[in-house]
Design a protein around this ligand. Sequence first.
Ligand SMILES: *[C@@H]1O[C@H](CO)[C@@H](O)[C@H](O)[C@H]1NC(C)=O
Ligand SMILES: *[C@@H]1O[C@H](CO)[C@@H](O)[C@H](O)[C@H]1NC(C)=O
Ligand SMILES: *[C@@H]1O[C@H](CO)[C@@H](O)[C@H](O)[C@H]1NC(C)=O
Ligand SMILES: *[C@@H]1O[C@H](CO)[C@@H](O)[C@H](O)[C@H]1NC(C)=O
Ligand SMILES: *[C@@H]1O[C@H](CO)[C@@H](O)[C@H](O)[C@H]1NC(C)=O
Ligand SMILES: *[C@@H]1O[C@H](CO)[C@@H](O)[C@H](O)[C@H]1NC(C)=O
Length: 432
Amino acid sequence: MLFLLQILLIILAVIAREHEAIAEYVPPYTSVVAPVNKHTDAAKPLYSVQIKTAWVNDQFLHANFLIDIDAPFVWHDCIVQWNIYPGSCPSNTLCNYAISCEEYQCTDLRTSYSYNNPSCPPETNSSTLPGWGSCACSVNVVNPVTGSCGQALLGYDELTMSAGDGRNAFNGNYGAYPDVGCAPSSSFALFPANVTGVMAFSSSPYAFPAKLYQPLKKTLALCFPSNSSAPGVLFFGTGPYYLLPQSNVDVRTYLSYTPLLSHPDSFGYFIGVNSIVIKKRSINVPGNTTTKLSTIDPYTTLRTDIYNNVVRRFSMVTKRIPPAKPVAPFGLCFTTSTVGLKVPDIDFILPDGKKWSVSTTNSMKQITNEVACLAFVDGGATSEPAIVIGTFQFEDNFLEFDLQNWTFGFSSSLLHRQTSCANFNSTVIESP
Ligand SMILES: *[C@@H]1O[C@H](CO)[C@@H](O)[C@H](O)[C@H]1NC(C)=O
Ligand SMILES: *[C@@H]1O[C@H](CO)[C@@H](O)[C@H](O)[C@H]1NC(C)=O
Ligand SMILES: *[C@@H]1O[C@H](CO)[C@@H](O)[C@H](O)[C@H]1NC(C)=O
Ligand SMILES: *[C@@H]1O[C@H](CO)[C@@H](O)[C@H](O)[C@H]1NC(C)=O
Ligand SMILES: *[C@@H]1O[C@H](CO)[C@@H](O)[C@H](O)[C@H]1NC(C)=O
Ligand SMILES: *[C@@H]1O[C@H](CO)[C@@H](O)[C@H](O)[C@H]1NC(C)=O
């Protein structure tokens, strides 16, 4: 009896020590990191993150997923199977285990976290897989480029990124296990070449951030590149984050913070904007507008009343620059025969007086060698939300979405700090 008791105590001691070890465990990585590419071969510039999708022949396959901070769940070009065995997945295809329409997440996703689009037909339980006694979970997906509705089947996936310390990527990987929609390649019509999925970074519990936090902090940092030949960077997890050449300056020291707001009917992210200031003159934003952040809209869109006031003020402060005939979708263009066009900043004044400055590289879109346009567009008299900040204004700005504290950090242009989103050190180092 005593002997048994001793064994029991030893076992308990071992368990206790293991618990302690788990509690004290601090991983050698602070974040996961992935390259962000700019694509200019579609109707509008779009940005993708490169993900490791499958391990085949002793190496990872990579795929580019469109970055979408609104999408309710991740979906990509893959198929679902119910009995995966060696050789069952056709070559050049990604296969995932099917989720049945009787499983909890099927109903939960369909009722609360699906695409909210009137053009989509109601979801049914009529999808089957050959030889499977269950129904497959079909879900609607909306192509963010065309707005058209398609069908996907839900499956269990594993998506992998590199672990890192904010300074370099490690050769070690970090896997996440989201439920994803598998859609046929026709669902990705008019996507840029080599972009075969939609990476949902929204606040939905089926989006990637919800699947990728332990033991990482739920913080997403985006740094969109301005040049398609030099990738930017995305981090998920706690800082620090570093960009060359200032290899010891944490990019977070450049950030100002404002509360993130949410909006009914959206899984996306919003901030408050109280006014827009151009050369000391303030343009009133009626009702302190809730402003949407969009990774799909290429240019900041303003409701007509706000747009007209911004354009009027901007024309006044740029009177010395010869005008040019407007080029759609822009309404105010300039002749830029002289090099080094410089225009006054457009400052978004946020609650608490924080200021997001949009300087020349983020306000003037060079159309040809001779013409540049104010990269803001008129969203119409009734557009809702009244302000949508788009991706041209994000380029070479560091953006941090802290989903635990629900705050948004922004740097304004990194070019004023002698760095850019293309300056993450691309050397991959051995995992500690
Ligand atoms: C599909 O099946 C699930 C589980 O049996 C059920 O809860 C759900 O109502 C069904 N949906 C439809 C559209 O028939
Ligand atoms: C698409 O990927 C293929 C193979 O990796 C590559 O050869 C091609 O240049 C890529 N195209 C674009 C537009 O990136
Ligand atoms: C993009 O980068 C390439 C290669 O570094 C360079 O030749 C090109 O001028 C850059 N384009 C712009 C618009 O800066
Ligand atoms: C807008 O914000 C300013 C500063 O925070 C505040 O003084 C003002 O009352 C707000 N106006 C409205 C209509 O909420
Ligand atoms: C987030 O909140 C935690 C606890 O409230 C705090 O310790 C931390 O400093 C906050 N982080 C930021 C970036 O505000
Ligand atoms: C990039 O990272 C590697 C590994 O940490 C380091 O040796 C190298 O000096 C870094 N490059 C620059 C330009 O700082």
